[in-house]
Design a protein around this ligand. Structure first.
Ligand code: TPP
Length: 607
């Protein structure tokens, strides 16, 4: 059967092991060819081909549910459930999602995008099945970096003690997060791998030893294990631990899953895989360069990304102030590799543990250490309580670099950076800023670390900066005022922050508005002096915000106006309360009526 003819996974049950192995070869070849053309998660998907084939062989989706943690490693599942013909649209507007997606298939039974949710979802699934008196197994597929997340442990704690429900957790251990896995549990997994007979040894003995001796040897091994080997952490938590086995050996995967299937107890099935398998560079990648790749045929990016220039500025800052950096598993994405190598004593990758990172940052700040917490806008939400209670309430001077703020493009709804402004806005003491240009960047970084005493947020978008910046020409400098006029005119007042200001500039030019354009680089507190001046300049005020609309700049301006008797007409353009899906940044702006054309229409209606 050709891959392109696959409609659903039922065909797989009739294949022999040889045919399944051939299927794995074909799928891997397809992924190797297809992902570079569209961009997407390369390494994780190359590592799960055999596992997903074996799962579909032994279990019956959708009656049995595969619950992928994050959902970035499920391309083979998409292929086996009849979606290969859409792979040329992967992550593009109206195309195939890069993650598990409820709208795409009945086989997609858990959608998250954020790490650490699969075991909780597994528990929900098996409890629901029991209540509805339905059959069906739940199988969570969790990576070795995601299983150490706090949520995973909270769920494992309960599932392990639950005698009435059983769930299967496949621990896909490739020793990698996006970059190397970190922490004590990663060390414990290494220990488990080496304490048991290693996979290579097993294969070696398998080749050398006749079957009978191998069985005797197996008994001897079990006897020795009972004598000398302590249980591992999973057994201590009440699970049946199975493994580790080679996660690329389809025969062994199937044999083991068949044994696991009828068990009554919850199982941790530990498989060892190679991230990036089949791609020579991805296989040896230890920094995460091949975790997710961009479209290799696309236009090469010109200049530097916001993440790069912020990282360079933090590096520059070290001549003025020694800063401690807490990194929640995103060294590669936030471009902090150089800092991590240059200042290893002041840099800690804490893994996928955003909540822990926030509280640790609060404690460092309490000891008067200058602390920087770079975190993607979408993942900052994970640490809502810790940021609110430990940082904001107690007014600790932690500086947040909120990366991927605004529309993120191809990753889609689970990754949009549209809620951070509202989240931080409802917290006491937090100052929220966004640079528009080089001048803003230099003064906001300086101000945030050198002049501020409050929790301080510098948010910046995904994508490239519109200005030239190298290490040498960053000149960090004190702040000169809060808001800035980009131009003053006799027309309406247009306000925004960050690179979105370019849309307002373009609208002003196209419509010949002679507008006053304000760079509200402090979203909170607002600049009352400049706002006063502006409200007196013209009665019409238009505010553009690339965020969900709950608690952005708009309500702050309205509040100020109400308290000070202003009656100006004010109009806001934001993403409102919509769930914003995936596609190129440009397409998404257009789709949600946030692009230049839509702004012009709104302005025409408003003015
Ligand atoms: C809460 C949260 N923080 C960070 C991320 C970004 N992220 C996506 S995949 C990934 C690494 C996952 O590693 P692992 O679970 O071992 O799976 P692998 O990709 O190695 O198969 C990270 C950090 C995320 N999705 N969710």
């Amino acid at each position: 059967m050709k891959l392109t003819d696959i409609k659903d996974p039922s065909f797989i049950k009739n294949l022999s092991i040889k045919e399944l192995e051939a299927l794995a070869v074909d799928i891997r070849a397809f992924l190797l060819e297809s992902i570079p053309n569209t961009g997407g998660h390369l390494s994780s998907n190359l590592g799960t081909v055999e596992l997903i084939i074996a799962l579909h062989y032994v279990f019956n989706s959708p009656d049995d549910a595969f619950i992928f943690d994050v959902g970035h490693q499920a391309y083979t599942h998409k292929i086996l459930t009849g979606r290969i013909n859409e792979f040329d649209t992967l992550r593009q507007t109206n195309g195939l999602s890069g993650y598990i997606n409820y709208h795409e298939s009945i086989h997609d039974q858990w959608e998250s995008g954020h790490a650490g949710t699969a075991i909780s979802a597994l528990m929900g699934y098996i409890y629901a099945k029991r209540m509805k008196e339905e059959s069906g197994e739940g199988i969570a597929i969790v990576g070795d970096a995601s299983i150490v997340n706090g949520m995973s442990f909270e769920a494992m704690n309960m599932l392990g003690s639950d005698k009435n429900h059983r769930g299967i957790v496949v621990l896909n251990d490739n020793e990698m997060s996006i970059s190397k896995s970190v922490g004590a549990l990663s060390g414990a997994l290494t220990k488990i791998r080496s304490m048991r007979l290693t996979i290579a040894m097993k294969k070696f003995w398998g080749r050398l030893t006749p079957h009978v001796i191998l069985r005797l040897f197996g008994r001897l091994k079990r006897a020795l294990r009972a004598l000398f080997q302590r249980q591992n952490i999973f057994e201590d938590l009440g699970y049946m631990y199975v493994g580790p086995i080679d996660g690329h050996d389809i025969r062994l995967l199937i044999k083991t899953l068949k044994r696991i299937k009828p068990l009554k107890k919850s199982v941790i099935f530990h498989i060892v895989t190679e991230k990036g398998k089949g791609h020579p560079l991805a296989e040896i990648d230890k920094i995460g360069a091949y975790h997710g790749i961009s479209n290799q045929n696309g236009k090469p990016k010109v200049g530097k990304s916001w993440s790069e220039v912020v990282a360079l500025s933090i590096d520059q800052l070290q001549t003025l102030k020694k800063t401690f950096v807490i990194m929640p598993a995103m060294t590669m994405g936030t471009k902090m590799q150089k800092f991590s190598v240059k200042y290893p004593d002041r840099y800690i990758d804490i893994g996928i543990a955003e909540e822990h990172g926030a509280t640790m940052a609060a404690s460092l700040a309490h000891q008067n250490i200058s602390v920087y917490y770079p975190i993607y806008a979408t993942f900052s939400q994970r640490a809502f309580d810790q940021i609110l209670n430990d940082i904001a309430r107690s007014d600790h001077h932690v500086v947040f670099g909120i990366d991927r703020a605004g529309i993120v493009g191809e990753d889609g709804s689970t990754h949009q950076g549209l809620f951070d402004v509202s989240m931080f806005s409802i917290m006491p003491n937090v100052v929220i800023t966004m640079p528009y240009d080089k001048d803003d960047l230099e003064s906001l970084i300086y101000h945030g670390f050198m002049e501020q005493k409050h929790p301080f947020v510098i948010r910046y978008p995904r994508g490239q900066v519109q200005f030239n910046l190298d290490e040498e020409n960053i000149k960090l400098k004190p702040l000169n005022g809060y808001w800035k006029y980009l131009r003053k005119g006799l027309g309406p007042v247009l306000i925004s922050y960050g690179p979105s200001l370019d849309i307002l500039k373009a609208a002003n030019e196209k419509m010949k508005l002679d507008a006053t354009i304000i760079n509200a680089r402090f979203i909170r507190p607002i600049d009352e002096k400049v706002l006063d001046e502006a409200l007196k300049l013209n009665t019409k005020v238009f505010i553009y915000e690339e965020i969900a609309n709950a608690a952005g700049l708009y309500p702050k301006v309205l509040d100020y106006m109400a308290k000070n008797g202003y009656k100006n007409d004010v109009c806001q353009k934001s993403l409102q309360d919509q769930v914003v899906t995936f596609g190129s940044y440009k397409d998404v702006l257009k789709k949600y009526a946030m692009d230049l054309e839509a702004v012009i229409k709104s302005l025409e209606a408003f003015l």
